[in-house]
Design a protein around this ligand. Structure first.
Ligand code: 3PG
Length: 216
């Protein structure tokens, strides 16, 4: 990602993963998150409603920064650009997807889980990477160890996978980590159950954790 995208991530330490099944839930979900202080989402391309949800949020909740998630095919890059995404992420390191993103000058953070993945990302000069799946891979301890050989290259990681209010603070205390993300704030059942007040209170709790996290 370029400098302007680095600043988006730095200003938004919590990224709420959002999966939209019903299109009418898109705008209320984004509004509920903003009400709780979260201004950045990863809207996953895992449902037929995802692209239309992106368009609606971009139009009706313009202050929300929209990351497209589960971008796993080159054509997804074109689709999410057309739908108004500000940046994209993927679970894995797929050269074809990264190359399309670079060709379109679309800010993109591929998922990495191993030093081999990191080195592929470095071939493309990518410096902000999604670390996925964070907790099952071994969490912060694993990430610090895997990233050590590359510290001189100023890499930064956005961990997702198994993160919640209990471990968020530990991740955010690392200088390697400008932001974290996950589905715990606005999970699928909260969205489909229209539990907007709970989403707002989860968002507020996570925002407070981020505000209080002190970098070591
Ligand atoms: C993702 O899309 O990055 C993951 O589904 C997030 O993982 P979580 O559901 O464990 O937060």
């Amino acid at each position: 990602m370029e400098e302007r995208e680095r600043s988006i991530i730095t200003r938004n330490p919590i990224i709420a993963v959002v999966v939209i099944e019903s299109i009418e839930d898109a705008v209320p979900t984004a509004q509920a998150l903003i009400e709780g202080g979260i201004y950045c989402i990863e809207l996953a391309l895992r449902t037929p409603a995802a692209l239309e949800a992106m368009r609606l949020i971009r139009k009706n909740v313009p202050e929300m920064i929209i990351g497209a998630g589960t971008v796993i095919k080159p054509d997804h890059i074109d689709q999410v650009i057309d739908s108004g995404a500000h940046f994209g992420v993927s679970p894995g390191m797929n050269r074809n997807v990264v190359e399309r993103a670079l060709e379109k000058r679309f800010p993109f953070a591929p998922g990495v889980a191993t030093p081999s993945d990191i080195e592929v990302a470095l071939e493309y000069n990518l410096r902000i990477l999604k670390f996925f799946p964070a907790e099952p891979m071994g969490g912060l301890k694993y990430l610090v160890s895997a990233a050590t050989p590359y510290l001189h290259l100023s890499l930064q990681f956005v961990p997702l996978g198994g993160i919640n209010n209990n471990n968020a603070s530990a991740y955010l205390s690392s200088r390697l980590i400008p932001a974290i993300g996950g589905s715990w704030i606005s999970d699928k059942t909260l969205i489909s159950g229209n539990q907007w007040a709970t989403i707002t209170s989860n968002a507020r709790e996570a925002s407070i954790i981020a505000e209080n996290a002190i970098k070591e």
